[in-house]
Structure formats: C-alpha cells, structure tokens
Design a protein around this ligand. Structure first.
Ligand SMILES: *[C@@H]1O[C@H](CO)[C@@H](O)[C@H](O)[C@H]1NC(C)=O
Length: 164
C-alpha cells in the first residue's frame, strides 16, 4: 500500500513537472512544451538534460549511439544514475509492474534518491534518451533564483556545446 501511494505521488509529481514546469515545490521554474511531447514517447524510463542544476549550467546523460553511457555532472559522478529528479520520466506501466519499487523521501544518502529509485526499476543500458540524444536543455532548475555555477568544469569539458 505504501509503495503504491508513493508511486502515485511520484506520478503526480512527474505530470506536474511537465504540465506546469514545477517540481519539488518550486524548484523547477522553466519547462519547454517539448518536454511534455518528448515524455509522451517514453516506453519505460526516459532521460534528458536539466539546466542550472548541480552547480553547473546543466547536467546531462552522456549518450553514444543512442544509449546512455555516462553522466555529465558536477557532483558525485559515481552515482549509478547521476540525474536530477527533473531529468527523467517513468511510464505508468513500469510503475505498475514494479509494485514494490519505492521512491524514498527520506533514508537515501544525499543525492542518491534518484539512483535508489531508478535501480529498482531499470538499468542504465535501458534508458531512453530524449531531447535529441540529450543534447538540448528543455527543463531548468531555478531560473529566477541566484544561480550557482560553482561546479562548472575547468577541465573535462562536455563533448557537445549546449545552449542553456
Ligand atoms: C540519436 O542517436 C542515434 C544513434 O546515433 C540516431 O540513430 C538517432 O537518430 C538520434 N536521435 C536523434 C533524435 O537525434
């Protein structure tokens, strides 16, 4: 019962992200209408870049040959899914076929909430990259607050040039 309730809350949250551009309270301010269109093609779990997050202009899944092969992130790149909550969608079918999957609000290590959830329902190889193979930012965090870019890289720059 508990996991169903949490899955339901999570779904509502996801719908909220794409329909209003809000997530986690008010942290995601801007969402392109394309986000909604792209999410609708999600078969299982899809992923995309998020702007102004993790102390960088953006974070994104690194995609090669249409598959996620790593993460461009300013923080804890060792996470199995180094992605923000605003950067993925899960199909209802996947949620229903994993009734025990839990999105923990508490109890995960900092930054591990997304990984702890996603590893219960998918693998990195299975992820479906959206937003032109994760080369476009369609979702942003906090466009209006003071932006923190403390983790912008000086070395190991991203392999693609993305406008944020
Ligand atoms: C993503 O990459 C794959 C493999 O390189 C390619 O076939 C596909 O057309 C690309 N998709 C988009 C939307 O660019």
């Amino acid at each position: 019962f508990l996991s169903t309730r949490i899955a339901f809350e999570f779904l509502v949250w996801m719908i909220d992200v794409c329909s209003t551009g809000r997530a986690r309270g008010e942290r995601v301010r801007g969402t392109d209408a394309l986000c909604l269109l792209q999410m609708r093609t999600t078969r299982k779990v899809s992923v995309w870049p998020v702007g102004l997050v993790g102390g960088r202009r953006y974070e994104r899944p690194v995609v090669e040959n249409g598959k996620v092969v790593g993460w461009y992130t300013g923080w804890r790149a060792d996470r199995p899914f180094a992605i923000d909550m605003a950067g993925f969608a899960v199909s209802l079918q996947v949620i229903l076929s994993h009734p025990k999957a839990v999105f923990k609000r508490r109890g995960s290590q900092p930054g591990m909430q997304e990984s702890d959830f996603l590893k219960q329902i998918t693998t990195v190889e299975e992820l479906e990259p959206k937003a032109n193979n994760c080369t476009k930012v369609l979702v942003w965090h906090t466009r209006t607050e003071k932006v923190n870019l403390a983790n912008e890289p000086k070395y190991h720059l991203d392999t693609v040039n993305i406008e944020v």
